[in-house]
Design a protein around this ligand. Structure first.
Ligand code: GUN
Length: 286
């Protein structure tokens, strides 16, 4: 019987651990604030932003919202980031992506102070990850590592295939699996014989952005499948990059969509927010 990896339960466990930590920090007079910036009113972004603010409230850190109009200029957004970088009461800064087309996303990411970059997108933090140094790690791949570890799935020595090479998921995911001593392959839309590459995987992590592209024919029996995709199908139902019903009879463990990787992203954002406030509050260990 396949183990269904319960991301809702594991993310709740992490948020409860963080809530305890923030309560202890508060007793020491240490608190923090996450600044959440949204430019424009993309409905999906609004849902994500609302959920992030709710999670802050749950774990006990303040969040401050900046809802900017769609016409916001790059200079205006850069000025706001500069002001928040300098504000000692703000311990984390998050700009919800995508930003409107007149704004250069890379400039925005690079403007955020690396010490407040709780998304882990700044090249300073990306470089730290690659070099094995301390820094903020992108939340979705960090969440996948937690799902695997907290489900008792061994990583060291295993063959891991990551499908997808985005800056936010695929690339940091591969580096994190390497850090855990997996043997890692990054596959993508140009990979030849993708099916046979995926069939080599003990752990297959799919972040390709294509609904149900991975079915049973891509999978080695007994593999662990992590599905990072999230899409709405024609019947308005959520589905992932993996054809869940097709792979289920073959796998050792699999993440469902919804309720797998999705809730972990916010839990790991909260983890980064607590790390930021500990660092800026001068706390080593609590
Ligand atoms: N848009 C989609 N995912 C993310 C994320 O993890 N962080 C931010 N800031 N924007 C996103």
């Amino acid at each position: 019987m396949a183990h269904i990896i319960d991301g809702k339960r594991i993310s709740q466990e992490i948020k409860d651990e963080l809530r305890e930590q923030t309560a202890k920090l508060k007793e020491q007079g240490i608190s923090g604030c996450l600044a959440v910036i949204q430019a424009g009113a993309d409905p999906a972004s609004s849902v994500y932003v609302r959920n992030k603010k709710r999670a802050c409230e749950y774990i006990g850190i303040e969040s401050r919202s900046f809802e900017l109009p769609e016409e916001t200029t790059e200079d205006e957004l850069l000025a706001l980031i500069s002001q928040l970088n300098a504000d000692e009461t703000v311990t984390g800064i998050l700009v919800q992506l995508p930003v409107p087309p007149q704004i250069d996303e890379n400039k925005i990411i690079q403007a955020i102070s690396p010490q407040k970059d709780v998304d882990g997108f700044h090249p300073h933090n990306v470089g730290a990850l690659l070099s094995g140094l301390a820094g903020f790690v992108s939340c979705t791949p960090a969440g996948v590592i937690q799902l695997l570890k907290r489900s008792g799935i061994e990583i060291a020595g295993k063959s891991c295939v990551v499908v997808g090479r985005s800056n936010i998921v695929g690339k940091p995911m591969a580096v994190l699996m390497l850090r855990e001593n997996a043997t890692v392959t990054i596959a993508h839309s140009k990979t030849e014989n993708l099916r046979s590459v995926c069939q080599q995987a003990d752990i297959l992590i799919v972040a390709a952005g294509r609904p149900k592209m991975i079915d049973a024919s891509y999978i080695k029996e007994g593999a662990v499948i992590i599905d990072v995709g999230i899409h709405r199908n024609a019947e308005n139902k959520l589905c992932g990059d993996v054809d869940y019903d097709s792979v289920l009879p073959l796998v050792r463990a699999v993440t469902p969509v919804p309720g797998g990787v999705g809730p972990m992203t916010i839990a790991m954002l909260m983890h980064n927010c607590v790390e930021a406030l500990k660092q800026q509050g001068g706390v080593q260990e609590i």
